[in-house]
Design a protein around this ligand. Sequence first.
Ligand code: SAH
Length: 229
Amino acid sequence: MGLLFLFCFRASYAEYEAERERLVREAIIAEGIKDEAVIRSMRTVPREKFVPPRLEKDAYLNRPLPIGYGQTISQPYIVALMTQLLEVDEEDTVLEIGTGSGYQAAVLAEIVKTVYTVEIIRPLQKSAAERLSSLGYSNIKTYAGDGYFGLEEQSPFDAIIVTAASDHVPPPLVRQLKNGGRMCIPVGQPYFPQVLKLLVKDEKGGVTIHDILPVVFVPLTREKDRRKE
Ligand code: SAH
Protein backbone atom coordinates (compact mmCIF):
# COMPACT_ATOMS: atom_id res chain seq x y z
CA MET A 1 0.00 0.00 0.00
CA GLY A 2 2.75 2.39 1.05
CA LEU A 3 4.75 1.63 -2.05
CA LEU A 4 1.72 2.01 -4.28
CA PHE A 5 0.93 5.37 -2.70
CA LEU A 6 4.51 6.51 -3.18
CA PHE A 7 4.42 5.41 -6.79
CA CYS A 8 1.18 7.28 -7.50
CA PHE A 9 2.50 10.42 -5.84
CA ARG A 10 5.73 10.31 -7.83
CA ALA A 11 3.92 9.63 -11.08
CA SER A 12 1.65 12.65 -10.68
CA TYR A 13 4.58 14.85 -9.66
CA ALA A 14 6.45 13.82 -12.83
CA GLU A 15 3.32 14.48 -14.85
CA TYR A 16 3.09 18.04 -13.52
CA GLU A 17 6.78 18.56 -14.27
CA ALA A 18 6.21 17.50 -17.87
CA GLU A 19 3.16 19.77 -18.16
CA ARG A 20 5.10 22.66 -16.67
CA GLU A 21 7.90 22.16 -19.19
CA ARG A 22 5.39 22.13 -22.05
CA LEU A 23 3.75 25.33 -20.79
CA VAL A 24 7.14 27.04 -20.53
CA ARG A 25 8.04 26.04 -24.08
CA GLU A 26 4.68 26.81 -25.71
CA ALA A 27 3.31 29.77 -23.76
CA ILE A 28 6.44 31.45 -22.37
CA ILE A 29 9.44 30.94 -24.66
CA ALA A 30 7.47 30.65 -27.93
CA GLU A 31 5.57 33.84 -26.98
CA GLY A 32 8.79 35.84 -26.71
CA ILE A 33 9.89 35.75 -23.06
CA LYS A 34 13.71 35.85 -23.23
CA ASP A 35 14.99 36.55 -19.70
CA GLU A 36 16.77 33.36 -18.65
CA ALA A 37 16.13 33.91 -14.93
CA VAL A 38 12.39 34.30 -15.59
CA ILE A 39 12.29 31.15 -17.72
CA ARG A 40 14.18 29.21 -15.02
CA SER A 41 11.77 30.44 -12.36
CA MET A 42 8.69 29.50 -14.43
CA ARG A 43 10.27 26.04 -14.82
CA THR A 44 10.71 25.75 -11.04
CA VAL A 45 7.59 27.07 -9.28
CA PRO A 46 4.90 24.36 -8.95
CA ARG A 47 1.75 26.25 -10.08
CA GLU A 48 -0.39 23.22 -9.17
CA LYS A 49 0.32 24.01 -5.50
CA PHE A 50 -1.16 27.53 -5.86
CA VAL A 51 -4.62 26.60 -7.19
CA PRO A 52 -7.55 24.99 -5.36
CA PRO A 53 -7.15 21.15 -5.34
CA ARG A 54 -10.11 20.66 -7.73
CA LEU A 55 -8.32 22.82 -10.34
CA GLU A 56 -4.88 21.20 -10.01
CA LYS A 57 -5.34 19.44 -13.33
CA ASP A 58 -5.80 22.85 -15.02
CA ALA A 59 -2.73 24.41 -13.42
CA TYR A 60 -0.69 24.26 -16.63
CA LEU A 61 -3.27 25.82 -18.93
CA ASN A 62 -2.11 29.31 -19.91
CA ARG A 63 -5.12 30.85 -18.16
CA PRO A 64 -6.08 32.72 -15.03
CA LEU A 65 -7.94 30.43 -12.57
CA PRO A 66 -10.28 31.24 -9.66
CA ILE A 67 -8.71 31.10 -6.19
CA GLY A 68 -11.82 32.02 -4.12
CA TYR A 69 -13.18 35.34 -2.82
CA GLY A 70 -13.82 36.42 -6.45
CA GLN A 71 -10.06 36.59 -7.12
CA THR A 72 -7.81 34.85 -9.65
CA ILE A 73 -4.27 33.57 -10.04
CA SER A 74 -2.91 35.36 -13.13
CA GLN A 75 -2.24 33.74 -16.49
CA PRO A 76 1.31 32.26 -16.57
CA TYR A 77 2.37 34.29 -19.65
CA ILE A 78 1.37 37.54 -17.93
CA VAL A 79 3.25 36.53 -14.76
CA ALA A 80 6.37 35.86 -16.85
CA LEU A 81 5.98 39.08 -18.86
CA MET A 82 5.51 41.31 -15.80
CA THR A 83 8.47 39.65 -14.08
CA GLN A 84 10.65 40.20 -17.16
CA LEU A 85 9.58 43.86 -17.42
CA LEU A 86 10.88 44.50 -13.88
CA GLU A 87 14.47 43.56 -14.94
CA VAL A 88 15.31 42.38 -11.42
CA ASP A 89 18.26 40.36 -10.13
CA GLU A 90 19.47 38.60 -6.98
CA GLU A 91 20.38 41.86 -5.20
CA ASP A 92 16.89 43.34 -5.50
CA THR A 93 14.01 43.92 -3.11
CA VAL A 94 10.56 43.91 -4.69
CA LEU A 95 7.13 44.99 -3.46
CA GLU A 96 4.07 43.16 -4.78
CA ILE A 97 0.52 44.50 -4.30
CA GLY A 98 -2.09 41.70 -4.55
CA THR A 99 -0.62 38.49 -3.11
CA GLY A 100 -3.63 36.35 -4.11
CA SER A 101 -2.37 32.75 -4.23
CA GLY A 102 1.27 33.79 -3.76
CA TYR A 103 2.31 32.43 -7.18
CA GLN A 104 3.68 35.69 -8.61
CA ALA A 105 5.54 36.29 -5.33
CA ALA A 106 7.13 32.82 -5.61
CA VAL A 107 8.15 33.43 -9.25
CA LEU A 108 9.88 36.65 -8.12
CA ALA A 109 11.40 35.05 -5.02
CA GLU A 110 13.29 32.53 -7.19
CA ILE A 111 15.11 35.52 -8.76
CA VAL A 112 15.44 38.34 -6.20
CA LYS A 113 16.71 38.75 -2.63
CA THR A 114 13.44 39.67 -0.90
CA VAL A 115 9.78 39.99 -1.88
CA TYR A 116 7.34 41.98 0.27
CA THR A 117 3.75 41.26 -0.71
CA VAL A 118 0.50 42.86 0.49
CA GLU A 119 -3.01 41.35 0.27
CA ILE A 120 -6.26 43.09 1.25
CA ILE A 121 -8.38 39.92 1.76
CA ARG A 122 -7.20 38.49 5.07
CA PRO A 123 -8.00 34.76 4.49
CA LEU A 124 -6.12 34.90 1.16
CA GLN A 125 -3.14 36.54 2.87
CA LYS A 126 -3.18 33.85 5.55
CA SER A 127 -3.40 30.92 3.15
CA ALA A 128 -0.74 32.37 0.85
CA ALA A 129 1.59 32.87 3.83
CA GLU A 130 1.11 29.24 4.90
CA ARG A 131 1.55 27.92 1.36
CA LEU A 132 4.72 29.94 0.74
CA SER A 133 6.28 28.90 4.02
CA SER A 134 5.44 25.21 3.46
CA LEU A 135 7.12 25.46 0.04
CA GLY A 136 10.21 26.93 1.72
CA TYR A 137 10.07 30.53 0.46
CA SER A 138 11.77 32.19 3.42
CA ASN A 139 12.56 35.35 1.39
CA ILE A 140 8.87 36.34 0.99
CA LYS A 141 7.24 38.51 3.67
CA THR A 142 3.45 38.69 3.48
CA TYR A 143 1.30 41.51 4.88
CA ALA A 144 -2.46 42.04 5.22
CA GLY A 145 -3.72 45.50 4.30
CA ASP A 146 -4.54 48.02 1.60
CA GLY A 147 -1.57 47.98 -0.76
CA TYR A 148 -2.57 51.35 -2.27
CA PHE A 149 -0.32 52.86 0.38
CA GLY A 150 2.58 50.47 -0.27
CA LEU A 151 4.82 49.53 2.65
CA GLU A 152 6.42 52.73 3.83
CA GLU A 153 8.51 51.00 6.52
CA GLN A 154 10.30 48.69 4.04
CA SER A 155 10.69 51.26 1.25
CA PRO A 156 12.30 52.19 -1.10
CA PHE A 157 12.03 49.21 -3.47
CA ASP A 158 14.07 48.29 -6.54
CA ALA A 159 10.85 47.23 -8.27
CA ILE A 160 7.10 47.24 -7.62
CA ILE A 161 4.50 44.97 -9.22
CA VAL A 162 0.76 45.54 -8.86
CA THR A 163 -1.39 42.56 -9.82
CA ALA A 164 -4.80 44.26 -9.57
CA ALA A 165 -6.09 47.05 -11.82
CA SER A 166 -6.35 50.65 -10.67
CA ASP A 167 -7.75 53.66 -12.55
CA HIS A 168 -4.55 55.52 -11.68
CA VAL A 169 -1.03 54.74 -10.52
CA PRO A 170 -1.10 55.11 -6.71
CA PRO A 171 1.21 58.03 -5.81
CA PRO A 172 2.50 56.33 -2.61
CA LEU A 173 3.86 53.50 -4.78
CA VAL A 174 5.66 55.94 -7.10
CA ARG A 175 7.26 57.57 -4.03
CA GLN A 176 8.36 54.19 -2.64
CA LEU A 177 10.17 53.21 -5.88
CA LYS A 178 13.94 53.78 -5.89
CA ASN A 179 15.56 56.04 -8.48
CA GLY A 180 16.46 53.69 -11.33
CA GLY A 181 13.56 51.40 -10.35
CA ARG A 182 10.70 49.93 -12.41
CA MET A 183 7.01 49.41 -11.65
CA CYS A 184 4.56 47.26 -13.58
CA ILE A 185 0.83 47.94 -13.10
CA PRO A 186 -2.45 47.39 -15.01
CA VAL A 187 -4.28 50.72 -15.32
CA GLY A 188 -7.93 51.12 -16.31
CA GLN A 189 -11.52 50.54 -15.27
CA PRO A 190 -12.63 47.37 -13.44
CA TYR A 191 -13.62 44.45 -15.67
CA PHE A 192 -12.73 46.23 -18.93
CA PRO A 193 -9.51 45.62 -20.77
CA GLN A 194 -6.91 47.69 -18.98
CA VAL A 195 -3.44 48.67 -20.16
CA LEU A 196 -0.42 47.05 -18.61
CA LYS A 197 1.94 49.96 -17.93
CA LEU A 198 5.64 50.01 -17.19
CA LEU A 199 6.76 52.99 -15.13
CA VAL A 200 10.48 53.71 -15.14
CA LYS A 201 12.07 56.09 -12.62
CA ASP A 202 15.39 57.48 -13.83
CA GLU A 203 18.46 58.14 -11.67
CA LYS A 204 17.25 61.70 -10.96
CA GLY A 205 13.73 60.61 -10.00
CA GLY A 206 12.04 61.52 -13.31
CA VAL A 207 9.24 59.17 -14.32
CA THR A 208 8.31 57.84 -17.79
CA ILE A 209 5.39 55.51 -18.46
CA HIS A 210 5.20 53.00 -21.33
CA ASP A 211 2.09 51.14 -22.50
CA ILE A 212 2.82 47.42 -22.91
CA LEU A 213 -0.39 45.59 -23.84
CA PRO A 214 -4.11 45.24 -23.04
CA VAL A 215 -4.87 42.98 -20.05
CA VAL A 216 -7.80 42.10 -17.78
CA PHE A 217 -7.11 42.07 -14.03
CA VAL A 218 -9.42 42.03 -11.01
CA PRO A 219 -9.78 45.52 -9.52
CA LEU A 220 -7.54 47.05 -6.90
CA THR A 221 -10.07 47.53 -4.11
CA ARG A 222 -9.73 49.98 -1.24
CA GLU A 223 -10.39 49.41 2.45
CA LYS A 224 -13.29 51.89 2.27
CA ASP A 225 -14.95 49.81 -0.55
CA ARG A 226 -14.58 46.68 1.52
CA ARG A 227 -16.21 48.26 4.57
CA LYS A 228 -19.33 48.84 2.44
CA GLU A 229 -19.63 45.12 1.56
N1 SAH B 1 -0.55 37.92 -7.78
C1 SAH B 1 -1.65 37.01 -7.56
C2 SAH B 1 -2.87 37.38 -8.39
C3 SAH B 1 -3.76 38.11 -7.56
S1 SAH B 1 -5.32 38.67 -8.09
C4 SAH B 1 -1.27 35.57 -7.78
O1 SAH B 1 -0.15 35.32 -8.26
O2 SAH B 1 -2.06 34.69 -7.44
C5 SAH B 1 -5.26 40.25 -7.32
C6 SAH B 1 -5.21 40.24 -5.82
O3 SAH B 1 -5.12 41.60 -5.41
C7 SAH B 1 -6.45 39.67 -5.16
O4 SAH B 1 -6.10 38.66 -4.28
C8 SAH B 1 -7.04 40.88 -4.44
O5 SAH B 1 -7.67 40.55 -3.22
C9 SAH B 1 -5.81 41.73 -4.20
N2 SAH B 1 -6.08 43.16 -3.96
C10 SAH B 1 -7.06 43.93 -4.51
N3 SAH B 1 -6.98 45.19 -4.04
C11 SAH B 1 -5.91 45.22 -3.17
C12 SAH B 1 -5.32 46.23 -2.37
N4 SAH B 1 -5.81 47.48 -2.33
N5 SAH B 1 -4.26 45.91 -1.60
C13 SAH B 1 -3.75 44.64 -1.61
N6 SAH B 1 -4.28 43.64 -2.35
C14 SAH B 1 -5.33 43.92 -3.13
